[in-house]
Design a protein around this ligand. Structure first.
Ligand code: RP5
Length: 160
């Protein structure tokens, strides 16, 4: 299966967070590919990835970074594909820096911005699947089943 979702991250240290996106995509049966692309340490790789992502066959890009998190925005500057940004929790500021770096894009170059950390990575995976499901009925069915199973797990009363 050709990967339609790219999961890119600024550093190896982002992988434990970004694995949550990979995990939910696996659960939904969506092929994906993960790469390390640093806006600051590998700017040429960033440029090549952003310019070439559509030609590589990707339809959605999930980009996670922490601190001065320029990766999602720079990728969005280089491609027309939807970019979902995941603010990775930083050591110094707990990810607030990452969130603000990703969310405040100038008009005309959007990044969809998710929550800080693992919840954001999981939701980026689900959102990527939702986007692909617009043109994939079987995936839409799996997504509805995933949501129904999640609802099913919520008890009506708390247990000790
Ligand atoms: C960012 O700097 C990365 O996305 C990562 O979240 C953060 C720290 O990177 P390392 O110093 O752990 O490689 O570019």
């Amino acid at each position: 299966m050709t990967a339609k979702v790219a999961i890119v991250m600024g550093s190896q240290s982002d992988w434990p967070t970004m694995q949550c996106a990979a995990a939910v995509l696996d659960e939904l049966g969506v092929a994906h590919e993960a790469r390390i692309v640093s806006a600051h340490r590998t700017p040429d790789r960033l440029h090549a990835f952003g310019k070439g992502a559509a030609d590589e066959g990707f339809h959605v890009i999930i980009a996670g970074a922490g601190g001065a998190a320029h990766l999602p925005g720079m990728i969005a500057a280089l491609t027309h594909l939807p970019v979902l940004g995941v603010p990775v929790k930083s050591k110094a500021l707990n990810g607030l820096d990452s969130l603000l770096s990703i969310v405040q894009m100038p008009a005309g170059v959007p990044t969809g911005t998710l929550a800080i950390g693992e919840a954001g990575a999981t939701n980026a995976g689900i959102l990527a699947a939702s986007i692909l499901a617009l043109g994939d009925d079987a995936l839409a069915t799996r997504l509805k089943e995933y949501r129904a199973a999640q609802t099913e797990k919520v008890g009506e009363t708390p247990v000790d």
